[in-house]
Design a protein around this ligand. Structure first.
Ligand SMILES: Nc1nc2c(ncn2[C@@H]2O[C@H](COP(=O)(O)OP(=O)(O)OP(=O)(O)O)[C@@H](O)[C@H]2O)c(=O)[nH]1
Ligand SMILES: [Mg+2]
Length: 285
């Protein structure tokens, strides 16, 4: 499958990010803890090269915590600050705020000494579509200030949100980059729901997912769908069996493949299949 998604609103957002970078002290880059490699936008490394940055591994509740720890160590080895977060229950959120204040301490002190008028800390939150930027911000503020949703492309424009008297965050729409050189990246982004569903062929996508799960996470499949002999079955055989087990049938008793495919993708995305980290650092670096 060749997946690419870089609509006009993303290049517009890229410009907005570039323009607003000069206004912020810090960039908070959200990655999806299940796919830290594929969810890391190479454009951000270029745009935010000279800024303080915190990497937030969001949706850590859906990932394998041992693998998330390896990623955090990996980013630390490269000199980044990385924190694992669950924006649903708030785990790790206060650590991000504390670290931001710590990183900017010198600057805040300097401003005070120079007798500058009070200016709040400003941070920009960036990341791929659907990674949880708006949810993360809402958790920091303690109320629903930014619109969220379980599909990519919910936030349409930039929005400043005051989280404390002395701390403001800029929410931005999710962006990808013009070309995925490696098709695994496109696939992984599609699996977790960061590519618009309408441009995807969910049947083929679910077959790709089954091939991957059968190879790397057969236990998740056998536990969830009670399938045996997974390694001897092809992706389409697995999909058929899952559809039959669920009773997702159309007239004539044939499997409803489109419903089964969407259910499988949904179950991966919601965590029903288990804590699945699709990427480990040693595979990529
Ligand atoms: N399980 C889990 N779900 C999360 C977490 N953070 C966000 N979500 C869910 O992920 C979906 C996307 O969240 P948003 O905050 O709208 O994502 P966004 O990055 O702002 O998306 P765009 O504005 O479309 O780029 C929503 O269904 C959230 O409930 C998390 O830490 N864990
Ligand atoms: Mg948003």
């Amino acid at each position: 499958m060749n997946i690419q998604w870089y609509p006009g609103h993303m290049s517009k957002t890229r410009k907005i990010i570039l323009e607003n970078l000069k206004l912020v002290d810090l960039v908070i880059e959200l990655l999806d803890a299940r796919i830290p490699y594929s969810s890391k936008n190479p454009d951000i490394d270029v745009l935010a090269a000279n800024k303080n940055r915190i990497i937030v591994m969001n949706k850590s509740d859906l990932a394998d915590s041992n693998i998330t720890s390896l990623w955090i160590q990996h980013f630390k080895n490269y000199g980044y600050h990385a924190i694992s977060v669950n924006s649903m229950d708030g785990k790790g959120i206060s650590q991000v705020e504390n670290l931001a204040r710590e990183l900017l301490k010198e600057k805040i002190e300097k401003d005070k000494k120079r007798g500058r008028i009070f200016r709040p800390i400003r941070a920009m939150v960036v990341g791929i579509p659907n990674v949880g930027k708006s949810t993360f911000i809402n958790k920091l503020v303690g109320k629903a200030s930014a619109k969220t949703g379980d599909r990519p492309g919910v936030t349409k424009g930039k929005q400043w949100i005051k989280i404390k008297k002395d701390f403001e965050l800029l929410d931005t729409p999710g962006i990808l980059w013009p070309k995925f050189e490696d098709q695994t990246v496109g696939l992984h982004l599609a699996f977790i729901g960061s590519i618009k569903q309408e441009i995807l062929d969910s049947h083929n996508l679910s077959l790709e997912l089954l091939a991957l799960l059968a190879k790397k996470f057969p236990d998740c499949l056998s536990e969830r769908y009670k399938i045996t002999d997974i390694d001897s079955k092809s992706p389409i055989e697995l999909l058929t069996e899952i559809g039959q087990k669920r009773g997702y049938l159309i007239r004539g008793g044939e499997v409803d493949y489109s419903r089964t495919s969407l259910m499988l993708l949904d179950e991966l995305r919601s965590g029903a299949l288990g804590h699945i980290s699709l990427e480990s650092p040693e595979e990529f670096y």
